[in-house]
Design a protein around this ligand. Structure first.
Ligand code: AMP
Length: 619
């Protein structure tokens, strides 16, 4: 029997059949997909477009007459008009020209490099497009496909991103959604989505450690996830952003060229042989032999030859798996499930090698092209309130903190912290009457901020004028479930506050993160020394300032010899400010401190005397 719900607030009958549909989108480097939960079967399904294909190539073509073409039709233009056809826009998300300069040859379109520090743009005619706009065109197309299929307007969406995407890349993906007229309810990690598609992590008492092996057309990712009580935590990720099925096609092409003495002199033949190689690879996933004709020559490949050819590629992915396990501090025996994602995992030799490495039969029942989108739909359904909410946890790849006196990094959220996370610390002013405080946010592992990466800077103004050290400024860092950082500063005595949402100017690649970590290890000893020295110099400067202030206000309490001796000690400490031996600085601080300590007692006695003066002792 159907149930009819009455909405007491609106006084209307709720139509149970008219569920709000939130779609899940896998915004891929090569292909994108959209999925939703079919309420008849209560299972996720991918939505196909008119050509009855689920995959929408992530390609945008700008026609000569201003028309914008997306998907399969745009992919066809890749060869005909490469300079007006944009592929792999996902690789540009949140990146500066500096970030991509070493592989800019990979793109056949015009990437602008007017300012190497700012975000990349693509130039078509006289117009400049950001990767956010380009992705928004693809998202709009997917929204359109879903609206046609479901017969209703779609506004809410869950979008997946690689687990290693940083703040700026996640923010860029959210912005692309917004630009496409979509409300992005959640950014979900691709391996988490794959896990949800397999139904892993949906039951609250489930505890599992899983590996998600994702080999697509152009990228490879391995992620190790821990799932506990519906909480997903990415323990580690590894991979290669330029390794995938395309490389397998290349290996076959090169093999044929040398074996059959094939000469390729033009773009068209190059494309034909590449497509033939891809066809061969796909066929060998279910057959033992491939044979075809290319330029009057017979080209052939057996499964055994193919397996041998791709062995180095497989070995590279396995070595990434080893590194990921090591980073996650997980033993092979602790992995409960291995999920296969991405079209290239259809190759039997790959399944076999991965299964052998993890000592486990891999999960490959779901279509590896669709699994991420299906999982995004499961998460969308959870957010639509159709299933109890499940927290998605991530980790911060690098420490986050602020600059303190002497250019030191003060870490507020250490690297590898689980997110969402909130952390805070109190600070104060260093000068009397200081009414504003500059807060500079940094990311990195080094002790000096100059060696780390600046994310943002803002000013907390309007602090009432007070002596140094009296204002209490609470700085809060908050990283939400999407991995976006908000920094808030509040002066607790006056209540003035200011905050900033960190949208870093340009992103970091996984290799940058790795480099920053390696550098921090390499320089650990030297950094420790510099930190200790900087702290001593800062302390010495403060000591000089305080003592000079003391002399100026309380000189009447000191005799001439004492004043001169204090000044001499201040000068000798000042001379040591440039010393590189912190022990000598510390010695000099202690010397001044010892000498002035009795004066401080004199001031205390004097102050007590002053406060008693004129006061009656009550009887
Ligand atoms: P994706 O980026 O996940 O869409 O992966 C696409 C990649 O999967 C391309 O390199 C395809 O050539 C590859 N692929 C698709 N089907 C097969 C198959 N049957 N066997 C091997 N590779 C395949």
């Amino acid at each position: 029997m159907a149930k009819i719900g009455i909405n007491l607030q609106k006084g209307k009958i709720d139509n149970q059949n008219d569920h709000e549909v939130i779609i899940g989108i896998d915004l891929g480097t090569t292909n994108s997909l959209v999925a939703y939960i079919d309420h008849c079967s209560n299972s996720p399904v991918c939505i196909s477009n008119e050509g009855s294909k689920n995959l929408v190539p992530s390609v945008v073509h700008f026609g000569e007459n201003g028309e914008i073409i997306i998907g399969e039709a745009a992919k066809k233009m890749l060869e005909i008009n490469p300079s007006r056809t944009i592929f792999s826009a996902k690789r540009l998300m949140g990146k500066s020209y500096n970030d991509i300069s070493h592989y800019s040859d990979f793109f056949s379109y015009n990437i602008i490099d007017d300012n190497t520090e700012s975000l990349v743009k693509v130039n078509i005619d006289q117009k400049f497009y950001t990767p956010i706009e380009l992705s928004s065109f693809i998202l709009k197309e997917l929204k359109h496909i879903a609206e046609i299929k479901l017969g209703k307007s779609i506004t809410k969406v869950v979008i997946t991103v690689p687990a290693y995407f940083n703040d700026s890349q996640r923010q860029a993906t959210k912005d692309a959604g917004k630009l496409a007229g979509l409300d992005v309810l959640r950014i979900v990690n691709e391996p988490t989505a794959a896990s949800l598609a397999y139904g892993i992590g949906l039951s609250p008492d489930e505890e599992k450690t899983i590996a998600v092996y994702d080999l697509g057309g152009g990228t490879f990712d391995i992620s190790i996830l821990s799932i506990q009580q519906g909480v997903f935590e990415v323990l580690a990720t590894n991979g290669n952003t330029f390794l995938g099925g395309d490389d397998i096609d290349k290996v076959i092409t090169e093999h044929w060229k040398s074996k059959y003495a094939i000469e390729i002199n033009d773009q068209h033949s190059q494309q034909t042989i590449r497509l033939l190689a891809e066809q061969c690879k796909k066929l060998l996933s279910s057959n033992d032999n491939f044979e075809a004709t290319f330029q009057t020559k017979t080209v052939a490949l057996t499964r055994a030859e193919f397996d041998q050819l791709i062995a180095p590629i497989i070995a590279e992915t396995i070595s990434c798996c080893e590194k990921a396990l090591k980073d996650a501090n997980v033993q092979i025996g602790q992995i409960d499930e291995v999920l296969m994602v991405g079209g290239s995992t259809r190759t039997p030799a790959i399944k076999e090698a991965v299964g052998k490495f993890f000592n486990k039969t891999v999960n490959d029942q779901l279509n590896p092209d669709e699994v991420v989108a299906l999982g995004a739909a499961v998460q969308a359904n959870i957010l639509a309130g159709n299933q109890k909410d499940i927290l998605l946890l991530d980790i911060t790849p690098l420490s986050l903190g602020i600059e303190t006196m002497g250019g030191l990094m003060d870490v507020i959220i250490p690297r590898n912290s689980k997110i969402p996370i909130r952390a805070g610390r109190s600070y104060t002013t260093s000068k009397d009457g200081q009414t504003q405080l500059k807060i500079s946010v940094y990311q990195g592992e080094r002790d000096l901020i100059k060696d780390n990466r600046k994310l943002a800077e803002f000013i907390l103004a309007g602090i009432p004028s007070m002596p140094a050290g009296l204002p209490k400024v609470e700085i809060q860092f908050l990283i939400n479930a999407d991995g976006i950082l908000t920094v808030k500063a509040k002066e607790l005595r006056s209540g003035v506050e200011s905050s900033i949402e960190v949208k870093p100017q340009y992103g970091l690649s996984d290799s940058d993160v790795e480099r920053m970590l390696l550098e921090s290890l390499e320089h650990a000893k030297e950094d420790m020394h510099i930190r200790a020295l900087t702290e001593s110099v800062t302390e010495a400067k403060q000591m000089i300032e305080v003592t000079e202030k003391f002399l100026a206000t309380h000189h009447v309490l000191l005799n001439e010899t004492e004043i001169e001796a204090t000044k001499a000690k201040i000068e000798s400490l000042r001379k040591e400010l440039t010393n590189t031996d912190r022990h000598i600085i510390q010695q000099s601080i202690e010397d001044l401190n010892q000498f002035t300590r009795p004066f401080a007692e004199r001031v205390m006695d004097w102050a007590i005397g002053e406060s008693m003066r004129g006061k009656k002792i009550s009887d």
